[in-house]
Design a protein around this ligand. Structure first.
Ligand SMILES: NC(=O)c1ccc[n+]([C@@H]2O[C@H](COP(=O)([O-])OP(=O)(O)OC[C@H]3O[C@@H](n4cnc5c(N)ncnc54)[C@H](O)[C@@H]3O)[C@@H](O)[C@H]2O)c1
Ligand SMILES: [Zn+2]
Ligand SMILES: [Zn+2]
Length: 360
């Protein structure tokens, strides 16, 4: 029997979200029903409600979640009812040309639930194929990864998006390693995770760049060795100054707008790497001197979901956290209820929080 539960719906572009009764089907073949325990508010949810990602309204928001498997559909063998899981938005297919080339983290045909959840019989588009600002949600079995249940849901859920994207942008995409210098533009949840990842990987110099002093203070707690307020000084000059005049080995743009991308491009050392993990909107364009693109060498990369493999990376990050080697608690600025998501977007816009996390 379908389940009637509360969920946070974005009905139209820019309009405030509302808590509505949604219908969640029983899991069909290859699907699982998840009793959601916690879901973080990520900037990408706000991008969805602003219509900056697609116009397939209404959206069921929320995609940074942990919960308990309630029911599994036919043929599901990776999880069972009662398992504590983190949800992911890139469940690899194993069949596409990228998976077949041995690069499943780029999978071009990731899986979501086949059946739609609905609001008043209108199909909902689940944000990133998850839709976890809801008491229950329906996902493809591969979107659920079992992790150690000793982790708190509000902390574990964050690994499902912002923490993984930022950490992976540093470790997987940027391949930050011992002794590197790293600069991170934008010290929100994603940027601070990139800082924590660089710290974990043994980077020597970690430069946090933001336009908000409060964010720079928080960045120090994740391992930033230097901070640059780019509303007050030129970050390119500042980063070069800190790195002996050279620029950083790896520069991570966790804002995703033309100005920060350009600053990232010029703030890296010769043969360095720029990683774009912030998500631009469809209108944004960038102009760079092509001779500099060539002359500076190195690589300009994008990081989809931190180039992660959830089945490999989620249990590992939760274990590091439980061992006391990765402080995830610091990302949780406040815990809130489903009714507070709209206000949490405003708190995010005002720069007051790293992560507001809905507890269910
Ligand atoms: N690639 C992925 O897989 C992935 C996953 C999750 C989120 N994201 C994206 O990452 C970005 C960051 O997400 P978040 O949740 O950390 O957002 P957030 O709003 O918490 O943080 C953004 C930070 O950038 C700072 N900032 C804004 N403009 C700036 C500027 N011009 N220069 C320097 N700093 C500036 C803000 O002060 C804030 O601290 C978003 O675009 C989000 O959509 C990408
Ligand atoms: Zn997200
Ligand atoms: Zn694939």
């Amino acid at each position: 029997m379908p389940h009637l539960v509360k969920g946070v719906v974005a009905r139209s572009k820019g309009a405030p979200v509302s808590v509505e009764t949604i219908e969640v089907p029983d899991p069909g073949p290859g699907e699982v029903l998840v009793d959601v325990k916690a879901c973080g508010v990520c900037h990408t949810d706000l991008h969805f409600r602003e219509g900056a990602i697609s116009d397939e309204f209404p959206f069921l928001l929320g995609h940074e979640a942990a919960g308990i498997i309630e029911e599994v559909g036919e043929g599901v063998d990776n999880v069972s009812p009662g398992d504590f899981v983190i949800l992911n938005w890139r469940a690899v297919c194993g069949e596409c040309r990228s998976c077949k080339r041995g690069r499943p983290w780029y999978c071009f045909d990731t899986h979501n639930a086949t059946q739609k959840m609905t609001v008043e019989e209108t199909p909902l588009t689940a944000a990133l194929g998850i839709g976890a600002f809801a008491e229950k949600t329906l996902v493809a079995a591969g979107q659920a990864t079992k992790v150690n249940s000793q982790a708190k849901p509000e902390v574990a859920g964050l690994v499902g998006c912002g923490v993984m994207a930022g950490l992976g942008a540093a470790i997987n995409t940027g391949q930050v390693t011992r002794g590197d210098s790293v600069a991170v533009f934008g010290c929100g949840g994603v940027g601070d995770a990139a800082i924590a990842g660089s710290n974990l990987a043994g980077a020597h110099t970690i430069i946090a760049v933001d336009i908000d002093e409060r964010k720079l203070e928080m960045a120090k707690e994740f391992g930033a060795t230097h901070t640059v307020d780019s509303s007050k000084e030129d970050p390119i000059e500042a980063i070069r100054g800190i790195t002996g005049g050279n620029g950083a080995d790896v520069v991570i743009d966790a804002v995703g707008i033309p100005s920060t991308y350009e600053q990232s491009f010029f703030a890296r050392d010769l043969a360095g790497t720029v990683v774009l993990v912030g998500v631009p909107n469809p209108e944004m364009k960038i102009e760079l001197p092509l001779q500099e693109v060539f002359g500076r060498g190195g690589s300009l990369k994008s990081s989809w979901y931190g180039d992660c493999l959830p089945s490999r990376d989620f249990p590992m990050l939760i274990d590091l956290h439980l061992q006391g080697r990765l402080n995830l608690e610091k990302f949780v600025s406040e815990t809130i209820s489903l009714n507070d998501v709209e206000e949490a977007f405003h708190a995010m816009e005002r720069g007051e929080v790293l992560r507001s996390v809905v507890i269910l």
